[in-house]
Design a protein around this ligand. Structure first.
Ligand SMILES: *[C@@H]1O[C@H](CO)[C@@H](O)[C@H](O)[C@H]1NC(C)=O
Ligand SMILES: *[C@@H]1O[C@H](CO)[C@@H](O)[C@H](O)[C@H]1NC(C)=O
Ligand SMILES: *[C@@H]1O[C@H](CO)[C@@H](O)[C@H](O)[C@H]1NC(C)=O
Ligand SMILES: *[C@@H]1O[C@H](CO)[C@@H](O)[C@H](O)[C@H]1NC(C)=O
Ligand SMILES: *[C@@H]1O[C@H](CO)[C@@H](O)[C@H](O)[C@H]1NC(C)=O
Length: 198
């Protein structure tokens, strides 16, 4: 039963992805999906975060950590210093990996021109979904160029948990989100966020 449910969820998520590629994903479909599949309660926890600047002339990681204040209050914070401001051409690619026998690509592997996306977030519903995970906790919510440090401040697991389990559902397991940040065509930073859904 559990196995079948996971397969069903994967199929529906794939369908959403195909619809997005075809440009026909509508909010009413998300709504139908939301209403039918979801009364599953899962819990998300961050397990690790790794940040690497791939070009120290361009950017530096000032901080990148998970903090456990107590059992129920855990958060992720990140601050990246940009040394070559302003930055007006950014591409981000986001891949979701799930641990089976090592981390394997799982459903999403997308590249987005961030400056175009920020002008019209609704044009990329799946990317918008990932973006919604952290945007309220970050100073990235404005159009290009960026002429300041990049901050994600105290993103809590609860916040992500709400997005994962209430907006789109995922099967339980260990996940990693790998993001590459490219500016002016060169990969500048790699951020990996690990979490468990149980
Ligand atoms: C955990 O820490 C937060 C922030 O300091 C506090 O508001 C909350 O009451 C604490 N929860 C518990 C169970 O101690
Ligand atoms: C994502 O796709 C690109 C090209 O389509 C590939 O080179 C890359 O390895 C993929 N990444 C993951 C994590 O699957
Ligand atoms: C993301 O960018 C990295 C570095 O440029 C590249 O190795 C990887 O294949 C890219 N993934 C996708 C989905 O394009
Ligand atoms: C981002 O900013 C726009 C315009 O300033 C605002 O309408 C939108 O609600 C913001 N989104 C989030 C998730 O904070
Ligand atoms: C999905 O349903 C929940 C309540 O069950 C609601 O809070 C949430 O806004 C819905 N999400 C979308 C995208 O409709």
């Amino acid at each position: 039963m559990c196995f079948r449910l996971n397969v069903l969820i994967q199929l529906v998520v794939m369908l959403l992805l195909i619809l997005e590629v075809c440009g026909t994903l509508t909010s009413s479909l998300v709504q139908i999906y939301n209403d039918t599949i979801f009364q599953i309660t899962s819990k998300f926890e961050f397990t690790n975060i790794q940040c690497n600047s791939l070009d120290d002339d361009f950017s530096g990681i000032e901080n990148c950590f998970l903090k456990s204040v107590n059992r129920s209050y855990k958060y992720l914070s990140l601050k990246v210093n940009l040394h070559k401001k302003p930055v007006s051409e950014i591409k981000v690619n986001v891949s979701l990996l799930k641990r089976f026998n090592g981390y394997k690509p799982f459903l999403y592997n997308i590249t987005v021109d961030a400056c175009k996306f920020l002008k019209n977030p609704k044009s990329k519903p799946i990317f918008n979904y990932f973006y919604s995970f952290f945007i309220t906790q970050s100073n990235l919510n404005h159009s290009c160029p960026y002429d300041h440090d990049v901050i994600v401040d105290r993103l809590t697991a609860d916040f992500v948990n709400h997005k994962i389990t209430k907006v789109l559902s995922f099967p339980e397991g260990d996940y990693m989100v790998e993001t590459n940040w490219m500016a002016n065509g060169v990969n500048r930073a790699l951020v990996k966020i690990y979490g468990t859904l149980s």
